[in-house]
Design a protein around this ligand. Structure first.
Ligand code: ADP
Length: 556
């Protein structure tokens, strides 16, 4: 896997891990918060029901004590045989209106139903509404309910705005009579019924019927605008006397479980989310550190691998150089040994040619030419061996390239079947070079061109002055070369020939490099080959070879 892809994949893993940690911790926080909220709200609901039940009980007990008061008034009335005079203003019993009531009266049940005596805000007239209310209450409950407190239905007093609630008590000792107490209903005003402890924590509404019915609202502890109560509410029925039960609807003024408990789910949620953020940050930091460490380790490993590769290459190079040095020594001694005999053979051939010239003989002339060519080829090989082994610096002089190339072509004439196309300048062409070395280069290129065309062909030798320097090109129409051969051409001892030693082009390259020049090849299989040597124009090579000034002077 490439390093960038590995790093991207690792970074993605880190992001995923951080996200997963955040989601898990945040999920636990939300879960914990919801669970706690459920527990708290269950507790709240339980407490609300409890308080509502307590309030309903309180309501019943308040009216229980009213029933007691009205029973004692009835007993007094029975003792006086319902004599109105017994209810004079100084009779404390009847003139004492129960707390929360406006008026109280002794009523003889009809028809016609009549007021016997009244106290408090005096009831001057029973009126049809009250009569009906008292009689209906009585009739509805039957005589079996005597001795019981009965609430009359809520009715409108005078003017329609004055809503009233009546209570009737039918005393067993006083048949045909009822003690009647009446209260003005003002739901928003605090009344004894809703003034007790259980109501302090509740917003409550009390209806004189067992259901929520706006026109039967008799007491409310909150503003009337809140009604009917909504949201978390509880209701309880309260038995007031023997009438239909009343309905108490209540809602908590503030959380009954306490503010700490109700804040707990939010606290758990906030703490959990904070923990999630912190845990994610810690995971992120640790992961990044790990990622950084891994990156550094990867980098070091890569560097180490590179160093190992460099070391292996250096080692190979060293072995190669040592081998070349050994071969070089061998080449040098062979070269030395062969140079003299070759010189002698060459001289002998020269003398022989002089003799044959006196007595012309075609066959002898041909054989002599073959011998001369082979001796030249061998001389070139020996020169290559010595050049390769010696590795000397070039001795620069002003060289006439035209003359040099011309001379080489004379020394190394083409074998039979090969034509030479000479494209040389008309006059001398100067370049700064080591003459012997450059001669060796041209000899090698020309020799290779001949060898590339065993079936014959054409060699084009061209010399020209270019802007980049002096250009020497040797092109043939031979077999050409594959890319693989082109890649290895200049390696010492690389050869594809059965009798080749593979030093010619290596020596050429070394010589041209020492002149700060270039040697290029253009070739393809079956397309022939062209070797192009470019020598820099009148400029000393960068390797600062020794310049033989005396020689330059002589030339000048
Ligand atoms: P040698 O001639 O001893 O093989 P060289 O260094 O002169 O050594 O040449 C190396 C190789 O380059 C040759 O064996 C040959 O394969 C290839 N070569 C050189 N010159 C030519 C050419 N003109 N045409 C085709 N191949 C060539």
């Amino acid at each position: 896997m490439c390093p960038e892809v590995a790093v991207t994949a690792r970074t993605r893993r880190v992001r995923f891990l951080s996200l997963a940690v955040f989601l898990v911790v945040a999920g636990l926080a939300v879960g914990g918060s919801l669970g706690t909220r459920q527990v708290v709200s269950d507790q709240e609901r339980k407490l609300l029901h409890q308080r509502t039940d307590e309030a309903a009980l309180y309501l019943s007990s308040v009216f229980g004590s009213i029933q007691g008061e009205m029973a004692s008034i009835s007993a007094t009335a029975a003792l006086s045989k319902a004599d109105p005079k017994a209810f004079a203003a100084d009779n404390l019993l009847l003139t004492k209106v129960p707390q929360g009531f406006k008026s109280i009266a002794l009523v003889r049940l009809g028809p016609p139903t009549q007021l016997v005596a009244t106290a408090g805000a005096s009831i001057t007239d029973l009126g049809s509404v009250r009569t009906t209310a008292v009689n209906q209450a009585y009739a509805a409950r039957t005589k079996a309910l005597t001795g019981a407190l009965v609430a009359t239905p809520l009715f409108d007093g005078t003017g329609g705005k004055d809503r009233r609630l009546g209570f009737a008590y039918y005393a067993p000792q006083l048949p045909g009579y009822a003690v009647y107490a009446e209260a003005q209903v003002q739901p928003s005003v605090q009344s004894p019924a809703t003034a007790g402890q259980p109501f302090s924590e509740l917003i409550a509404a009390v209806y004189a019927v067992p259901r929520v019915q706006a026109d039967q609202l008799i007491a409310a502890t909150g503003a009337a605008g809140h009604l009917p109560l909504r949201g978390h509410i509880a209701s309880a029925k309260s038995q007031v006397g023997q009438g239909p039960s009343w309905l108490l609807v209540a809602k908590a003024r503030r959380p009954l479980v306490g503010s700490v408990a109700s804040f707990t789910p939010w606290a758990i949620l906030m703490a959990g989310l904070l923990a999630a953020v912190l845990a994610t940050a810690v995971v992120e930091v640790l992961s990044r550190r790990r990622e950084y460490a891994t990156q550094v380790a990867d980098e070091r490993t890569r560097e180490l691998q590179q160093s190992l590769e460099d070391l292996a290459a250096a080692h190979e190079q060293l072995v190669r150089q040592e081998r070349l040095a050994a071969i070089g020594e061998l080449a040098s001694s062979i070269g030395h040994e062969l140079r003299n005999p070759l010189g002698v053979i060459s001289n002998a051939l020269y003398l022989l040619r002089g003799d044959i010239a006196k007595r012309p003989d075609d066959a002898a002339d041909r054989h002599l030419a073959t011998a001369e060519r082979e001796v030249s080829a061998a001389t070139v090989i020996v020169a290559d061996l010595l050049e390769f082994a010696r590795q000397r610096d070039p001795v620069i002089t002003d060289v006439d390239i035209t003359g040099l190339v011309d001379e080489v072509m004379t020394v190394l004439p083409p074998p039979a079947g090969i034509d030479i196309d000479r494209q040389l300048p008309n006059g001398p062409l100067s370049a700064l070079a080591d003459r012997d070395m450059l001669r060796q280069v041209v000899l090698n290129l020309l020799g290779n061109a001949y060898q590339a065309m065993p079936e014959g062909g054409r060699v084009t030798v061209a010399v020209s002055a270019e802007q980049s320097g002096v250009r020497i090109s040797v092109a043939d129409t031979g077999a050409g070369m594959t890319q693989d051969v082109k890649d290895n051409l200049f390696q010492p001892f690389f050869t594809t020939k059965a009798r080749g030693i593979g030093l010619g082009l290596a020596v050429c390259k070394r010589i041209i490099d020492a002149h700060s020049g270039r040697i290029d090849v253009e070739s393809a299989p079956g397309q022939g080959a062209e070797f192009i040597v470019t020598l820099p124009a009148l400029r000393l090579p960068h390797q600062q070879p020794h310049v033989d000034e005396s020689s330059v002077e002589v030339q000048a």
